[in-house]
Design a binder for this molecule. Structure first.
Ligand code: TRP
Ligand code: SF4
Length: 338
């Protein structure tokens, strides 16, 4: 295979709807990458199944919701290949091939397994699918022969295994699948509405897209500087989660308004939160309208998904044919060419 433009591939598990942590941690970066590279973005429902297999219907709904969010926030379904993992069965075929050349020890040592093992044993996600998660993830990338993988720090260990697996494959079969490299996303630490790390399990997330009323409600509930007990007490924005959100959504002018008003007790926390909600809602308005439109007429979204998954599958089939050829497996093409 000759020198090609590097391909980008990334994905998100579809176990929850997107919150702003997903935006600043991943989607924002994808929106930049689409300008420059050929990109494959997958809604990873098989990965969601590794721990949410008791609620497949929910996974299915989140899958749609997430793809609607991607597009609503500006991911272009024509420029990029946007697909659902389970619509492209070649992921699983390649995963099975890779599974054979992945020693148990590699998977046992990966931190996302080792550190979560006890917790997993107590839960109902101590299973083979969860154990082999990084193998499937490797197939996700290699099935498109992608070499650049935008991910957060938490995924670096997986990418290391991916490189090992691909190297081993290439050595064994004299193949030339690209070794995937992480494109690290530098992200601000996103705090939740209660000041702890934003996480669904803490119930402190700010949704990426929501109705204005809901945003207002969430803002009102936010934790503030604990030292500021009454309206008359001056506060310190630097220790206040509300101010953290202002930094993400508000203009410099508004930041100064908060800083001055808070430290001099010129404004109350209620004023500060209302301003925040207004700013968030303003930034969200376009995407919210677009997302609602996509979800209202499900034929539109469905056809985007079908079209994207078809394009993905065409590429995946090419890679799988190459993989079989390098392994020396015969090509009987029992189902014809299509
Ligand atoms: N494991 C990734 C996460 O939890 C999601 C994912 C699945 C992925 N397959 C991928 C990311 C392939 C990049 C490439 O964030
Ligand atoms: Fe926080 Fe704003 Fe209240 Fe100051 S005024 S403590 S920044 S919510």
């Amino acid at each position: 295979m000759s020198e090609k433009q590097p391909r980008v591939m990334s994905g998100m598990r579809t176990t929850q709807s997107l919150h702003i942590g997903n935006y600043f941690g991943a989607l924002k970066n994808w929106l930049e990458l689409q300008k420059q590279y050929e990109c494959f973005f997958g809604a990873m429902d098989w990965h969601a199944m590794t721990n949410a297999y008791k609620k497949p219907k929910e996974i299915d709904e989140y899958t749609k919701d997430i793809i609607a969010d991607w597009i609503a926030w500006g991911l272009d379904p024509e420029k990029n290949v946007i697909f659902i993992q389970s619509m492209v069965p070649e992921h699983l075929e390649l995963s099975m091939i890779f599974a054979n050349l992945t020693p148990m020890g590699w998977l046992e040592r990966v931190t996302t397994w080792k550190d979560a093992k006890e917790e997993l044993q107590q839960s109902d996600a101590y299973n083979l699918g969860r154990f082999s998660y990084p193998v499937l993830q490797t197939a996700d990338i290699s099935i498109y022969q992608a070499s650049l993988v935008p991910v957060g720090k938490d995924q670096v260990a997986h990418l290391e295994i991916s490189r090992e697996i691909v190297r081993r494959f290439n050595r064994l079969y004299k193949a030339k699948l690209p070794e995937p490299k992480p494109l690290l996303t530098e992200t601000p630490l996103i705090t939740g509405t209660d000041g702890r790390k934003m996480s669904k399990s803490y119930g402190n997330v700010l949704p990426l897209t929501a109705e204005p009323k809901k945003i207002e409600k969430l803002c009102k509930k936010m934790v503030t500087d604990p030292q500021r007990v009454t309206r008359e007490d001056p506060g310190n924005p630097e220790v206040c989660p509300v101010y953290d959100f202002h930094k993400l959504y508000s203009t410099n002018e508004d930041l100064q308004w908060v800083m001055k008003g808070c430290t001099t007790a010129g404004i109350g926390c209620g004023d500060c939160k209302l301003k925040l909600a207004a700013n968030i809602n303003e930034k969200m308005a376009d995407a919210l309208a677009k997302k609602k439109d996509l979800l209202k007429d499900s034929r539109k979204l469905d056809s985007i998904i079908v079209e994207g998954s078809r394009r993905a599958r065409t590429e995946a089939q090419k890679t799988l044919a190459y993989v079989r050829e390098m392994m020396g497996f015969s090509d009987y093409s029992p189902w014809g060419d299509s």
